[in-house]
Design a binder for this molecule. Structure first.
Ligand code: MEV
Length: 323
């Protein structure tokens, strides 16, 4: 039967998290650890999934029941992606899907979104449907919302388009930022964060003090717009300052943590141009913008306070058919 292998990168938020959920822009880069998904057509209308990274083995379901019943956590995103795609573009038979990730789902690099994007891209190949990036975005973003209820879609865009993007909520704007390099050090806190819990915590804060929180979102949006120009002209010290201000606003939103604060401060003390949490906060990763000369010192400083340096390429290619 017809078979295809698709890969897609993870993502790292550079500026604008949380505010981007509320109609503001952000800047995100695609990172070079990839999700690999094999899709194989089956003669009968059955969905089969093997996803050993998320403890799913031998999972099967008739197409007619997709999205129904008690779905194991590790199967939810992929199953909904198959459901949403085939609702629009019916397949003749069924599909067997196998996922394998190069990156740990703990880092917050967006493994769920990357798997959804691979599935949508792979199914379009198997079905012979010509889908543009925005068509893939719409089905994949719908899927993420169906499963987790919330999210701006920036991670979906990063994994489809690749590179570094200026993005506005729901894909209202998706524009590439031309970059040859991005001098980042990435530090993992060792703590897994839950995006929806953190979005809810910020929403709760906003319900108590709507004007203050909305004004923080607006100021973060301004930081992102200034950052966009800074990235385009590679004005790293300016971007570093913008990252530091963004971190202050994220702290006001209550999403930083003691571990993140300590790692961010260690990076700055060791000579980084700037540093901040990346993503939902609460844990996951922090990023520091550093010159070549300071890279080692900053990495050591982060390690010394208990962070784990993650070596990833940034600004990498988006979803692609491998075989
Ligand atoms: C999570 O990585 C970033 C958030 O802004 C959520 C989102 O944009 O979907 C908190």
């Amino acid at each position: 039967m017809k078979k295809v292998l698709v890969s897609a990168p993870g993502k790292l938020m550079l500026l604008g998290e949380h505010a981007v959920v509320y109609n503001r822009p952000c800047i995100v880069t695609a990172v070079g650890q990839r999700m690999f998904v094999t899709l194989e057509l089956l003669p009968e209308p059955t969905f089969e999934l093997e996803a050993s990274d998320v403890q799913v083995a031998g999972y099967t379901k008739p197409f007619a029941n997709l999205g129904e019943g008690d779905i194991p956590k590790g199967a939810r995103f992929v199953e909904m992606a198959v459901k949403n795609f085939t609702k629009k573009y019916p397949l003749k038979g069924g599909v067997r899907i196998t996922t394998k990730s190069e990156f740990s789902s703990l880092f917050g690099f967006g493994s769920s979104s990357a798997s959804v994007v691979c599935v949508v891209r792979g199914l379009s190949e198997l079905a012979g449907t010509k889908l543009g990036n925005k068509d893939i975005f719409d089905i994949a973003y719908r899927t993420v919302l169906d499963v987790q209820g919330k999210g701006s879609g920036f991670d979906v865009a990063a994994t489809i388009y690749g590179g570094t993007l200026y993005f506005v909520t729901g894909g209202k704007v998706i524009e590439p930022i031309a970059l040859e390099e991005l001098p980042l050090v990435v530090g993992y806190t060792g703590v897994k964060a839950d995006t929806v819990t953190l979005i809810n915590a910020v929403a709760e804060k906003a319900s108590r003090d709507p004007e203050r929180i909305d004004s923080i979102y607006t100021q973060i949006g301004k930081i992102v717009d200034a950052g966009r120009a800074g990235f385009a002209s590679k004005t790293w010290p300016l971007i570093g300052k913008l990252m530091n201000s963004d971190q202050e606003f994220l702290t006001m939103l209550g999403v930083s943590s003691q571990k993140l604060d300590v790692m961010v401060q260690a990076a700055i003390d060791a000579g980084a141009w700037g540093a901040k949490l990346s993503g939902a906060g609460g844990g996951d990763c922090m990023i520091a913008l550093v010159s070549r000369e300071k890279k080692e010192a900053v990495s050591e400083a982060i390690t010394k306070v208990g962070g784990q340096i993650i070596n990833v390429a940034t600004n990498v290619e988006g979803v692609r058919i491998e075989l």
